[in-house]
Design a protein around this ligand. Sequence first.
Ligand SMILES: C[S@@+](CC[C@H](N)C(=O)[O-])C[C@H]1O[C@@H](n2cnc3c(N)ncnc32)[C@H](O)[C@@H]1O
Ligand code: SF4
Length: 466
Amino acid sequence: MKMKKNSKIPVDIELLKKYDKAGPRYTSYPTAPYFHDGIGEKQYLEHIRQDNKTVADRDISLYFHIPFCDTLCYFCGCSMMVTRNQNKIEQYIEYIGKEIGLLKKHLDDDRKIRQLHWGGGTPTHLSPDQIKKLGEVIHQHFEFSEHAEIGVEIDPRELTKNHMIALSDAGFNRCSMGIQDFDPKVQESVNRIQPESITRDAVAWARELNFSSINLDLMYGLPFQNAKTYSKTIDKVLAMNPDRLAVFNYAHLPGMIKHQQLIKDKWLPGRDEKLELLKLSIEKLNNAGYVYIGMDHFAKPDDELTLAMEKGTLYRNFQGYSTHAGINLFALGITGIGMLSDIYIQNYKKLDDYYTALDNNQLPVMRGVTLNADDQIRREVITELMCNFKLDKSKFESKYQIQFDDYFADALRNLKSQEEDGLIILGSKQLKVTDMGRLLIRNIVMNFDFYLMEKQGEKPKFSRTV
Ligand SMILES: C[S@@+](CC[C@H](N)C(=O)[O-])C[C@H]1O[C@@H](n2cnc3c(N)ncnc32)[C@H](O)[C@@H]1O
Ligand code: SF4
């Protein structure tokens, strides 16, 4: 399906209501709840060695998790910790440097970085000197390929121009900034006071320093949000002219994330109001010329994400949508999740465990999962549908020696009602997601998830799909 640059997503609230249920975000398949501790450093090293020899594309993607934040946003679902203790931050940088050295020892020298991302927490909670120091360690160990995408997550509230200069000097050329909502009452209720002027300055510095893609994060479903105030927030954000926008659905899981209990249920918009906020976001961003990429993401028509979507080369991994399909992803720092050809690995979540492993000169792997043949087929089906919104059955039949309709008989049967609802067209040769279906893509691909469709056993808890 050739995506028209100006294609607008129709928003049918009744249909959204029908499909508003919990489901995975498919940044991996199998999803993280199926990772287990039978996977450790030994298995990780075996797979690194194997991929060193066999992987078709030798470039790599590196993710660095910087978990620290200055203050707690009550809504936060990220893996983060509040600290202003400089010794603690310095110690982390030392250890992550050690992890870089250990990992590099196991990678062939010709493997260059094509994609690098610092996420968090808040990477810009590091001082400019700390950014410089970590940047230097990475550059000492790795070469970068030409046109590498080097991105960082930024909290505008504590950012100075010197932070941006340090990032630019370290080679960063993409950035993503958290906003969520500009309304003072919303900001106060979630403990995130962020005047617009601060965000405008941060965006201006990024432009001045030639960052080539600037993303801004918004969130709908936060306390006290309503269509009137949220509409104003979107107008202000659009006036900043970002290249990309992420509009996240607030995942409220106070049973699992204790600090979210600081947000009272009665402050939250009701289900209908929340869906109206989603509709408003999509319509306003579409009208302003942004293209819906999928799963909360929008981009300008000439942004590389949009171009990749049009060319059918969009990819999805733990960092969300990406333009680099199929390269090995190595994640460093606590909680980081990496992906090689047929294994996912996750680092320890606690600092102590992470440091102990590194003190023993071991890569700090806590758990993971290897993919069996069925997982690999399903992962490719899910990725294809989430990224290209269509799937040619013949490609899977020749690659995996299966009869698509037989292999996925259950999924296709379940998809019938979604076809009747206008989300997908089940052709004899091709599956094609409709424009409305793109908004509910999680619900569509859930039909191909073996673990979710399995009848027995307690199911893990996921956030809601819309
Ligand atoms: C690591 S933060 C971005 C960088 C920086 N820490 C900041 O907040 O500005 C990543 C983004 O995740 C989103 N986020 C955090 N908690 C969330 C939740 N409970 N539900 C949905 N999105 C969430 C927010 O939009 C946030 O900007
Ligand atoms: S939203 Fe960002 S700044 Fe706020 S607590 Fe989470 S990671 Fe930290």
